[in-house]
Design a protein around this ligand. Structure first.
Ligand code: URA
Length: 229
């Protein structure tokens, strides 16, 4: 694997031992230096209109407790789409997904993959914070689903990484436990997009011993991503 110093530091943060086999040709490296990202065009007026629609949403009771809606972070024209669960306290305050402690770990995970936040787009199943950070209720996820579907249709990502059980089960409409979803390539139907499932960064903060498995999932996702080209 051809690692930059930043990637090596991030892998250390993730408690991953780094073994480097030297002199591998680029095509055999697990994570070759990213080529210049192809320019993917997004319908910017439609994206901004959807953002405004979400900001004004009162479809469920969660709007009463929010400071603001949390629409997306990163680049909507990116090829990687990361989907989390719902905003937490800090996300509700700042209006951006994954900016709290879990977000810092997510940034390290991305850096270990050789990606910056601007190389990916990050969204959540819910756009409003559930009180006391409780799990989203099924009816809340259902009410918010049209926004999620429209976001995915506009982003047209090359790959989706579902972070955690709630994101994976709601996105794929399954009840499979997350442990059984890891290591599989699922397909999101519209537009047809491969989906890889891994642990939520907040879970990894509670259970750091699972970071090793999470890194296996991210490497798997990178392989699937490359195979799409
Ligand atoms: N957890 C999530 O699932 N999403 C966020 O935006 C923050 C924490």
């Amino acid at each position: 694997m051809n690692l930059s110093e930043r990637q090596r530091q991030c892998l250390e943060l993730l408690d991953i031992d780094v073994w480097v086999r030297r002199n591998l040709p680029p095509e055999r490296q697990a994570n070759p230096a990213p080529a210049t990202l192809p320019a993917k065009v997004i319908d910017e007026p439609a994206w901004q209109a959807l953002r405004a629609e979400v900001a004004a949403c009162t479809r469920c009771a969660l709007h009463r407790g929010r400071t603001q809606t949390v629409f997306s972070a990163g680049n909507p024209a990116a090829e990687w789409l990361l989907i989390g669960e719902a905003p937490g306290k800090e996300e509700d305050r700042q209006g951006e997904p994954f900016v709290g402690r879990a977000g810092k770990l997510l940034n390290s995970m991305l850096a270990a993959m050789g990606l910056r936040r601007d190389d990916v787009c990050i969204i959540n199943i819910l756009k409003c914070r559930p009180p006391d950070n409780r799990d989203p209720k099924p009816e809340e996820a259902l009410t918010c689903e049209p926004y999620l579907k429209r976001q995915i249709a506009l982003i047209r990502p090359k790959i989706i990484l579902a972070l955690g059980r709630i994101a994976a089960q709601n996105l794929l409409q399954v009840e499979t436990p997350i442990g059984r979803m890891r290591g599989q390539v699922y397909e999101y139907p519209d537009p047809r997009t491969p989906v890889i499932v891994s642990y939520h960064p907040a879970y990894l903060l509670r259970k750091p011993s699972e970071k090793r498995r999470s890194w296996e999932d991210l490497k798997f996702a990178m392989r699937v991503f490359r195979e799409q080209s």
